[in-house]
Design a protein around this ligand. Sequence first.
Ligand code: XMP
Length: 305
Amino acid sequence: MVNPKQFVRESVAEIAAEAGSHQVVIALSGGVDSSVCAALAARAIGDRLIPIYVDTGLMRKDETVRIARMFGDLNLRIVHAEEEFLGALAGISDPELKRKAIGERFIRIFEREARKTGAPFLLQGTIYPDRIESEGGIKSHHNVGGMPLHIEFEKVIEPLRDLYKDEVREVAGELGLPPEIQHRMPFPGPGLAVRVIGEVTPEKIEVVREANWIVEEELVDRFLPWQCFAAVLGLGTGVKGDNRVHGWIVAVRAVNSRDGMTADPVEIPYDVLGKVSSRITAEIPSVARVVYDITPKPPATIEYE
Ligand code: XMP
């Protein structure tokens, strides 16, 4: 386990040395990894840090408003790129190609923003498991294997590259970040795109965004899972009123884990699952069926793609 105090001291010095007198763009998503990176970099280089949040249209409900509130005093730039991401994902069903398309869009947007200020370096919150899973060929995390080969940045700085998630949380505590950030559930970089099977469409994203919101409302405070969410699996039959309908199948997943490398399903009482199911089908009329996933990792992964 890393010593948080020592880690903060060393990585602030490392970021300052790597940045020299230059400006650095940081990809800030509002999760614990990128928030810790931003706090370290703010200590290291002050206002030479240029934090950028990209609204991909694939974020959780109300996320952009929340980020603007939390990081407003860091001079946060918000880039609205919903149409750009939807366009880049149109017609793509393969999970790896989806991740690559998203990784490419992210980097091109950061390059575009960096050009406006002349910042030559990019800072990212890549952590150890992201690298392991990308290098192991399991999947391309959008910020590692999903990154295009040719990028304009002279250097990518990754201060958290050797840390596990629980270590990042300890460092967040050491840095005095609010508990809301320190204990926030992980959310994948490619966002809701990996929580819909197959092609990303505005309708599927709307359904999965609402379903995620309901799952978080019902399960987070009550069970404090390591991660919980909903995913859209596809279309199936159902009955609404007197009619047979074609509706979305939504999977609910809640897991406990130490570092995301392995995970166990949370044992949720039937009445709670029943409430989640009835809320999702009532509040999202296009959903016909809700299932609860009880598979551990391995053999399943936490996310669906
Ligand atoms: P899996 O699905 O691989 O997830 O069991 C392990 C942890 O990593 C998160 N995850 C991602 N995070 N980019 C990310 O930044 C990704 O492409 C990605 N895929 C999965 C996942 O939410 C879980 O916490």
